[in-house]
Structure formats: C-alpha cells, structure tokens
Design a protein around this ligand. Structure first.
Ligand SMILES: [Ca+2]
Length: 238
C-alpha cells in the first residue's frame, strides 16, 4: 500500500524533468526524477558549464538560478572555484519541483612563466612555446633562463616524472641545451611555485641547437606541458 502511494505521488504527471545534462562533467547519481540533489566535478579550467534540461511531454516551465530557460535551450552557468550550487525549478500544471546540482570546480592548474626570448621579461607561456636563447658569443659560455611553475588551481599540482628529473629534456635533443636546475618539490600546493633553469651552451663552433623539455603533471588538459628551445653558437670573434 505504501509503495503504491509513493508511486502515485511521484510518478505520472509528476515527471516535470526527464534529464539534466552538463557540457563538462557528469551528474551523480544518474538522473532520477525523484532524486532532487546531484553533484558533479569539473576541472579548475572550466570557468562555465552548459546545463541542458529535458522535460516530458507537456513541457514544464523551467528556471535555472532564477532565469527562465527557453525550450531546447541550454543555460550557461559561470563557475567560481570550489562548490557552485545550481538551482533548477520546474513547474507544470500547478506542480513544482526543485533540483539542485552542486558543481565542484576543482583541480590543479599549471602555469609556466618565463621569457620567450633570452633577456626578455617573463610571460605566461603556452604549452608548446618556442623559447629562443638566441645567438651567444663564444666567450659567453652558457646562457641560462629561469622558469617558474605556478599552481593557479585549488588542488595539489603533482610533477609526475621520476624524481629528481621533473623537467624531462628530450634525449634526442642537442646536448648543448640542458636542465641546469630542477624543481625541488614534486607537489605544488594551491598558489605555490617551483623554479627550474634551462641552460644553453653557446661556447662552440657556429651551429644551431634545438631541444625540448616536457613537464609531466596532473593538470587534466596540460599533463605533458612542453617547451621547445633553440640556441646558436658563434665563434666568429675568435
Ligand atoms: Ca590546465
């Protein structure tokens, strides 16, 4: 008797919403019209998420955080770092139901800053940036560039290469370009930094050198952050 009563109350015309979808991440538990609270986790880099609400036959009036949603439309919700609670209210035939989706914008976010050209000011370097040591004079010996790894996210950034070589130089690259100083710690907390130094030996005969380095880490979309390097040696002063 009791279960029949519940079925009568929650089923049939009470089905105002038949699905909740996210453009990034997946709600948990799976959607069930009778379950009104959901959670999802998206990467720290996700500054917004699109929410798609599907409703049954006689479409309910739906609001997302107070704004009404047009039919077949998606609601774009901007996300703060950490937990964001999105409130969905569906109304039809004098009946109303409220769903909440708690979206946790959570994770590490790697940023690497350094000069793209020897002697330049530091910039935020994109994954794959070419860093140019330029033309070094014979007697200069080596040129060194410092790079800073910053964790802009709200979870630990983990440098995942085998210690202590967290910055992995391409073994097929020219040996004139090498890691002078490695990061010290493999775990960089939120807001934390680590520094490494790449050196280019310019004290050779006239030649161009190229190499690259990867910084394996747990950022979900920059997990093999790569920097490329070129340098030139010049003995014309001899
Ligand atoms: Ca990232």
């Amino acid at each position: 008797m009791l279960s029949g009563c519940f079925l009568g109350f929650f089923g049939g015309p009470g089905l105002l919403v038949s699905g909740i979808g996210l453009s990034d991440g997946t709600i948990s538990p799976a959607f069930d019209p009778d379950v009104t609270e959901y959670e999802a986790t998206v990467p720290y880099a996700a500054e917004q998420v699109d929410l798609t609400i599907t409703s049954d036959l006689n479409r309910a009036d739906i609001t997302v955080d107070g704004s009404s949603l047009s039919e077949n439309d998606t609601a774009t919700v901007f996300l703060d770092p950490g937990m964001n609670t999105i409130t969905i209210v569906a109304t039809a035939g004098g009946e109303s139901r409220t769903y909440t989706v708690s979206v946790n914008r959570f994770g590490p976010e790697i940023q690497i800053t350094g000069p793209p050209f020897f002697g330049d000011a530091d910039e935020d370097l994109a994954d794959g940036t070419l860093v140019e040591f330029g033309l070094g004079a014979y007697f200069e010996g080596t040129r060194e560039i410092d790079f800073t790894i910053t964790n802009l996210g709200n979870a630990d950034l983990v440098l995942s290469a085998l210690a202590p070589d967290f910055v992995v130089i391409d073994p097929a690259g020219d040996s004139e370009i090498y890691v002078e100083v490695q990061p010290i710690a493999s775990i960089i907390g939120p807001g934390g930094t680590e520094v490494f130094t790449i050196a280019a030996d310019t004290a050779g005969v006239v030649a161009s050198h190229t190499s690259s380095a990867t910084i394996p880490n747990n950022d979900p979309d920059e997990g093999d952050f790569e920097l490329n390097f070129t340098s030139e040696s010049d003995d014309s002063m001899l």
